[in-house]
Design a protein around this ligand. Structure first.
Ligand code: PTJ
Length: 245
């Protein structure tokens, strides 16, 4: 870890960079994850590095969707494993849902390192991709899934993704909840619910929101009235506001 003083104005941002760099050094995060993180940082800057109302609204509806789902699964890649391992485990615990390792870049042994990292952080159920179950409509390594996990899931929580699998999951009739700082990404556009926010801010809020939920008919109502395109438009409008807006 680099020696960033807490008083540094960019302390939080620099700490997150450290976590990603550490992830690469441990073999959990792909080297390509550094580029993805930088891309995220740029968008985070544009949304003021705060959870804005378009994200809060999406979080409320995502909480309802996950709570109402019969078989939710939390997909874990190398970036989120490095950034928010404990928060992913907490979400899995609250939803009684499995975590499933699913990565795009296929460095040898990285899937197992991610699994070990999650177990070390307290996870008790980490599913691994298998040759026995494959998603349709996708050719990359992301097509390999667990037969009792993503393959049969009705809702998949897919934070920070590269697009192809989100599209494939939707074509297979599954709902996808994503967290993506870029409201123009293919994932953001394809997902059922897109939370345009930093995954490190979203996860604690999402867990809190799920714990607050009670009434099933209200939850269904929230889902019926949700429009993901509207949310993405709100995010884009916020990003293109005037400098003093
Ligand atoms: O571990 P792997 O092999 O599965 O690879 C994971 C990455 C993230 C490298 C891979 O999925 C990838 O290349 O993703 P992309 O295509 O770069 O897309 C990542 C998206 O996440 C971009 O739209 C970024 O803006 C966004 N993003 C990056 N960091 C964050 C983020 N969104 C939310 N929170 C972040 N911290």
């Amino acid at each position: 870890m680099s020696d960033v003083p807490k008083s540094h104005p960019r302390y939080l941002s620099l700490t997150l960079r450290d976590r990603i760099v550490e992830g690469v050094e441990k073999g959990i995060t792909s080297i390509h994850g550094l580029i993805a993180h930088g891309r995220g940082e740029a968008f985070d800057y544009l949304i003021g590095e705060k959870t804005q109302s378009f994200a809060t609204n999406a979080i409320c509806v995502a909480a309802a969707m996950l709570k109402l789902s019969n078989h939710p699964v939390i997909s874990v890649n190398g970036n989120v494993a490095a950034l928010v391992p404990k928060e992913l485990i907490e979400l899995a615990h609250i939803l009684k849902a499995p975590l499933e390792v699913n990565i795009f870049h296929t460095e040898t042994g990285r899937e197992e390192k991610i699994r070990q990292h999650l177990l070390k952080n307290g996870a008790d159920n980490v599913l691994m991709p298998s040759q026995d179950a494959q998603l349709s409509y996708i050719d990359s390594n992301r097509k390999y899934v667990h037969p009792g996990g993503i393959f049969i899931a009705d809702v998949v929580f897919v934070p920070l993704e590269d697009g192809d699998r989100c599209e494939a999951l939707r074509k297979m009739g599954k709902d996808v909840v994503t967290v993506d700082l870029n409201p123009m990404s293919r994932t953001a556009k394809q997902a059922s619910i897109t939370i345009v926010d930093n995954v490190v801010r979203t996860l604690p809020l999402l867990c809190k929101e799920i714990l607050k939920l009670t009434n099933d008919s209200d939850l269904q109502n929230k889902l019926t009235h949700y429009n993901n395109e509207d949310i993405l438009q709100q995010a884009l409008q916020y990003i293109s506001r005037s400098p003093d807006g």
